[in-house]
Design a protein around this ligand. Structure first.
Ligand code: ATP
Ligand code: ZN
Length: 293
């Protein structure tokens, strides 16, 4: 049977989350160390374990059907590809690997806004993204390409500033750098070329249905509580993106009922406090594993 080829980062920040997500989509695979192509037992998908930078090209030239990469890697490809056949598109944003591409400067740099970057040298491994940002901001700076360890460039006198991925900011701080401008936010994305054969498209649609179920469930919560029957209308307006509540009788009482509902977003303490203010008791908030409409 022809299987879809899905490229994943072999080892790096996206690897564990990518595999965990696929498991949640019901894909079963065994992972002998060092193996580069891993077939799934019960779904027509083969996993290809490669370096993340190569994934957009593999997808673009149809060596693979889909890939999971950081938006930053996708964007670099999108800005540099000059052959229509190699264009790839984002099918889904998948939420993990969140970070931002930011410009950072050493403490001694006198910052007066983006104009301070004029005639300066900026080190980065995201050359195309940085160049686009500088052009859009009408800044004239030289871009110095580095393949990694960008944060050490100012200390070594190679650059005046850097443009790199940041999540907590701890790496920047430990190198005496300060974040001053954001180029864009990034998260993992599922990419594809978008012209599959009808057979592969059927597999892809089936996979996307599962993925959407998992992504939707991830953000959603199941809320259960008891409350007075008259409070049902108020309560169902409290939590974000609530579906119509299920209202059930409670044994031994006529005025109190059990209310169950699904909230499309995470439920915060403030929401529970509001529910309580409407007289709700025994409130339980549960994660949802899978969801399909
Ligand atoms: P490879 O060996 O596959 O080329 P890499 O070193 O280029 O790996 P990683 O550092 O594992 O890549 O990062 C992979 C992706 O993780 C990035 O493209 C980015 O989207 C995301 N990411 C999330 N947080 C961060 C962070 N703080 N620094 C770097 N990347 C991050
Ligand atoms: Zn890489």
């Amino acid at each position: 049977m022809t299987a879809l080829k899905l490229a994943l980062q072999k080892s790096g920040r996206l690897s564990d989350d990518s595999l965990a997500l696929l498991k949640r989509c019901g894909l079963n695979f065994d992972f002998p160390k060092g193996r580069l192509i891993v077939p799934c037992d019960d779904f027509p998908i083969d996993l290809l374990m490669v370096r993340d930078d190569d994934i957009p090209n593999y997808v673009g030239n149809a060596a693979c059907d889909m890939g999971i990469v950081g938006y930053d890697v996708f964007r670099e490809h999108e800005l540099t590809v000059n052959n229509d056949r190699n264009i790839v598109k984002i099918l889904r944003r998948i939420g993990f690997g969140r970070c931002r591409l930011s410009i950072a400067i050493p403490e001694k740099f006198e910052w007066q806004g983006l104009e301070s970057l004029n005639n300066k040298r900026i080190a980065t491994s995201h050359v195309a993204s940085l160049k686009r940002f500088l052009k859009e901001s009408s800044i004239n700076a030289s871009v110095i390409e580095m393949s990694g360890a960008v944060e050490i460039a100012p200390g070594m006198g190679l650059a005046d500033a850097i443009c790199d991925l940041v999540s907590s900011g701890a790496t920047l701080r430990s190198n005496g750098l300060r974040e001053v401008a954001k180029v864009y936010e990034s998260e993992a994305v599922l990419i594809a070329q978008g012209n599959e054969s009808p057979l592969l498209q059927t597999h892809l649609d089936r996979f996307l249905l599962r993925l959407d179920g998992v992504l939707k469930a991830q953000g959603s919560r199941y809320i259960m509580m008891n409350a007075k029957r008259q409070a049902v209308a108020d309560i169902s307006r409290v939590a974000p993106g609530l579906s119509e509540p299920t209202v059930m009788p409670l044994a031994g009482t006529t005025d109190r009922v059990a209310i169950h509902m699904v909230a499309a977003e995470n439920v915060f303490w403030e929401t529970l406090e509001k529910l309580k203010a409407f007289g709700a008791t025994d409130i339980l908030v549960l994660p949802i594993e899978k969801m399909m409409e």
